[in-house]
Design a protein around this ligand. Structure first.
Ligand SMILES: NC(=O)c1ccc[n+]([C@@H]2O[C@H](COP(=O)([O-])OP(=O)(O)OC[C@H]3O[C@@H](n4cnc5c(N)ncnc54)[C@H](O)[C@@H]3O)[C@@H](O)[C@H]2O)c1
Ligand SMILES: [Zn+2]
Ligand SMILES: [Zn+2]
Length: 368
């Protein structure tokens, strides 16, 4: 079939919206009509050419939500008409990681996905017979996509897909960091560094876990106001003295849980040093630049602090995303404040500009 998509042709250049060919779904694959897609930092990171593993031409986009149009042979978990959220982090339910509750890092299709292909090592996207690679196994800056069924989360049909798409990446990452990676205990004191999509999600996750005190630290007053809306009890403008301030406010001990959602290694260090002596857990969600390292004084670890990393919030996508979307439907998670701009596919480059200007939290592409 023919469909329109935003193609990364040259790194550092605007995406080019054009017509592409999309082949039918193969065995185990699903054709999805996109209804909404968030524009995320990872898309911009790849488009800019900074990501050393990036490739082109490719169709970017990974925060998608849509409706199943057709299924390939052997697909049993979704059917035409189902509402789905795309998963760059799949869940095959069979590999050694999927069978273990300690991780969400499914091993099933990693290699081909990283190369830009579907699990059988080929692409469904093409232009004049030339294959175009799939980005993050999703390629959702497009009217349609073909994806393996193990990378689609079937969500409640009443959930607005403009909101559901945010659960495809940043929001689930933040919520999950608090709920699944750290497993915040009721009555805790938490510090969240960063109030972008991920940090705000972590604030909401701490609230859902019953944390008593949730301190959110950011450089932007506007973003801190959003943090208050998500349940932060204290909002601070960050900087050099933040660790000392956390210690002062916690009787000299530090916070039970800290979360880093900035991608800055100095802030990661602050998150470790603000965690409580004895049992404090620092959860790192931010992605640092290539080659950067996190400096930790070993004494902080000997005295009982721990550090955890969190990819996609530890969420096993096909189980966890529908559950989080249900909590949104139940009124537990306020998603609307995250949708700052609604744009069309043709305006996707404007979505990047808004992000670079830190204007709002998310631009969401609406397909019609
Ligand atoms: N682990 C994962 O699976 C995963 C998924 C999505 C995003 N990420 C990463 O998470 C990080 C956050 O993503 P986002 O979309 O929320 O980004 P964002 O840029 O929207 O938010 C980052 C926030 O950090 C704040 N910040 C910067 N320096 C700070 C400082 N010194 N102290 C306090 N706050 C500071 C900024 O003001 C900004 O509000 C990024 O590194 C992103 O790549 C990770
Ligand atoms: Zn993302
Ligand atoms: Zn798996």
């Amino acid at each position: 079939m023919k469909m329109r998509a935003a193609v990364l042709e040259e790194f550092g250049e605007p995406l080019v919206i054009q017509e592409l060919d999309l082949a039918d779904p193969g065995p185990g694959e699903v054709l999805v009509r996109l209804v909404a897609c968030g524009v995320c930092h990872t898309d911009l990171y790849t488009a800019s050419g900074v990501d050393p593993s990036g490739y082109s031409p490719t169709v970017l986009g990974h925060e998608g939500a849509g409706v199943v149009e057709a299924v390939g042979e052997g697909v049993t978990d979704v059917a035409p008409g189902d509402h789905v959220v795309t998963l760059f982090s799949p869940q095959c339910r069979e590999c050694v990681h999927c069978l273990d509750p300690r991780t969400n890092l499914c091993l099933a299709i990693r290699e081909q996905q990283n190369l830009g292909y579907l699990p059988d090592g080929t692409a469904r996207l093409s232009r004049d017979g030339e294959p175009i690679r799939h980005f993050m196994g999703t390629s959702t800056f497009a009217e349609y996509t073909v994806m393996p069924q193990i990378a689609l989360a079937k969500v409640h049909p009443e959930a607005a897909l403009e909101a559901a798409c945010l659960f495809a990446c940043g929001l689930s990452t933040g919520l999950g960091a608090a709920m699944f990676t750290a497993k915040v205990q009721p009555g805790s004191t938490c510090v969240v560094f960063g109030a972008g999509m991920v940090g705000l999600g972590a604030v909401a996750g701490c609230r859902l876990q019953g944390a008593e005190r949730i301190i959110c630290v950011d450089l932007s007053e506007d973003r801190l106001e959003l943090a208050t809306g998500q349940g932060a009890t204290d909002v601070w403008v960050g900087g050099e003295g933040t660790v000392e301030k956390v210690l002062e406010e916690t009787g000299g001990f530090g916070a039970d849980y800290t979360f880093e959602a900035t991608g800055n290694v100095n802030v990661m260090r602050q998150a470790v040093e603000s965690a409580r002596m004895g049992w404090g857990l620092a959860t790192v969600a931010g992605v640092a630049g290539k080659g950067e390292t996190l400096d930790v004084i070993p004494r902080f670890l000997i005295t009982g602090r721990r550090i955890a990393g969190s990819s996609f919030g530890g969420v096993k996508g096909r189980d966890g995303v529908p559950m989080l979307v249900d909590r949104y439907l139940a009124g537990d998670i306020d998603v609307d404040p995250f949708i700052s701009h609604r744009i069309t596919l043709d305006e996707v480059n404007k979505g990047f500009e808004l992000m670079e200007a830190q204007d709002g939290i998310r631009s969401v592409i609406e397909f019609r």
